[in-house]
Write a protein that binds this ligand. Structure first.
Ligand code: NAI
Ligand code: 15L
Length: 274
C-alpha cells in the first residue's frame, strides 16, 4: 500500500455520529477545521447548532432509513456513535451492530469513500498486559461491546474489499481528560492526540482498511503501530504527568482483571441475564 499525507483540504460536509457523547463534544470543536460543514448527530439531545458551519441531525443508528437520510450529502464519516460500554447484547446489537451496518450501507449508496471508525481496545481485551501486540494479532474480544467493535472492523474490511470504501479503525485506549486509574496509565489517549490521529485518518491517501491503536506516548506500551506507519501518527502527550495522582489510588488485587488483562474490568462485566 502506498500512501501520502496530503495537506488537509477541508471536506465540504463531514458527519460526526455520537456528537452528544463525551468524545463527540470534544470533536465537535476540534474537527471544525476539517470541514466547511460539520453534521452532528446523536440519539441524545445536544446543544443546538452554534453557527453556519454546523448542522444538527438527530438519528437513531438502529433505524436504517434514518441513517440513509443522515448520510445524504456527506463526504466523509467519523463514526463515534453507539453504546460505549458493556451492556446486554440486545442493546449492543441495535446501536453498534445494526448501526455500523447502516452506516456502511449508507456510505455505499451515497458514494462516501472515507470512514473513521471508533473501534476500541476491547477487541483485543483478553491479551495480557505483559504482552505487546500489533494490529495483525488475532482479536480476543472481552465483551459483547468488544465483539461489536470487532464486527465493525470486519464490516470496514468488507466494504473496502468489495466497494473501495476506505476506513481507519482506531482502537481507542482510554480517551478522557486524564487517566482515571492505574490501567489507564498505559491506555490513555489525550484529546489532542486523538484529534491528530483523526486528522491523519481523514487525510492520508490510500489507507485501505487500516487498524491503528489510539494511545498517547505513555511510559508502558502494550501496542505496536508499525502496521499503521503510513499514518505518521506520533503522539505528543503522555500519562506520566498524572502518575503521582493515579498512584495515590490503592493498588489492584493481584487477581483483579484490571491488573491482568488489557481490557481490564470489561473482562468480567456481565452476564446480564442471570
Ligand atoms: P459516549 O457514550 O459518551 O458517547 C456515545 C454516544 O453515542 C452517546 O452520545 C450516545 O447517545 C450515542 N448513541 C448511543 N446509542 C445510539 C444510537 N442507537 N443511535 C445514535 N446514537 C447513539 O462514548 P464516548 O466515550 O464519547 O465514545 C465515543 C465512541 O468512541 C464510542 O463509539 C466508543 O465505543 C468509542 N470509544 C471510546 C473510548 C473512550 O475512551 N472514550 C475508548 C474506545 C472506544
Ligand atoms: C472503551 O471502549 C470505552 O468506550 C470507554 O468508556 C473506556 O472504558 C475505554 O474503553 C477503556 O478501555 O478505558
Amino acid at each position: 500500500m502506498t500512501s501520502t499525507t496530503t495537506s488537509p483540504t477541508p471536506f465540504n460536509r463531514l458527519l460526526l455520529t455520537g456528537a452528544a457523547g463525551g468524545l463527540g463534544k470534544v470533536l465537535r470543536e476540534t474537527l471544525r477545521p476539517y470541514a466547511n460543514i460539520l453534521r452532528l448527530s446523536d440519539i441524545a439531545s445536544m446543544d443546538p447548532a452554534a453557527g453556519p458551519h454546523e448542522e444538527v441531525v438527530p438519528c437513531d443508528l438502529s433505524d436504517k432509513a434514518a441513517v440513509h437520510a443522515l448520510c445524504e450529502g456527506v463526504d466523509a464519516i467519523t463514526h463515534f456513535g453507539g453504546v460505549s460500554v458493556e451492556r446486554p447484547f440486545e442493546e449492543i446489537l441495535e446501536a453498534n451492530i445494526r448501526g455500523v451496518f447502516h452506516i456502511y450501507e449508507a456510505a455505499r449508496q451515497h458514494g462516501i469513500k472515507r470512514v473513521i471508525f471508533a473501534s476500541s481496545n476491547h477487541v483485543i481485551g483478553f491479551y495480557k498486559q505483559t504482552e505487546k501486540i500489533d494490529a495483525n494479532v488475532a482479536r480476543r474480544p472481552d465483551s459483547y461491546y468488544g465483539l461489536s467493535k470487532s464486527y465493525g472492523e470486519d464490516m470496514a474490511s468488507f466494504y473496502f474489499d468489495r466497494y473501495g470504501i476506505e476506513t481507519v479503525s482506531i482502537r481507542i485506549g482510554s480517551s478522557f481528560p486524564e487517566p482515571l486509574n492505574r490501567r489507564m496509565m498505559a491506555t490513555w489517549l489525550s484529546y489532542r492526540d486523538l484529534t491528530d490521529l483523526i486528522e491523519r485518518s481523514l487525510f492520508t491517501a490510500n489507507v485501505g482498511h487500516t487498524v491503528v491503536y489510539g494511545a498517547s506516548a505513555n511510559r508502558d506500551v502494550w501496542w505496536d503501530n508499525h502496521m499503521a506507519a503510513h499514518l505518521g501518527f506520533e503522539p505528543k502527550d503522555s500519562s506520566e504527568v498524572f502518575r503521582s495522582k493515579v498512584e495515590a489510588q490503592p493498588p489492584y488485587a493481584a487477581n483483579d482483571p484490571a491488573a491482568i488483562y488489557q481490557g481490564g474490568a470489561f473482562c468480567e462485566a456481565g452476564p446480564f441475564d442471570d
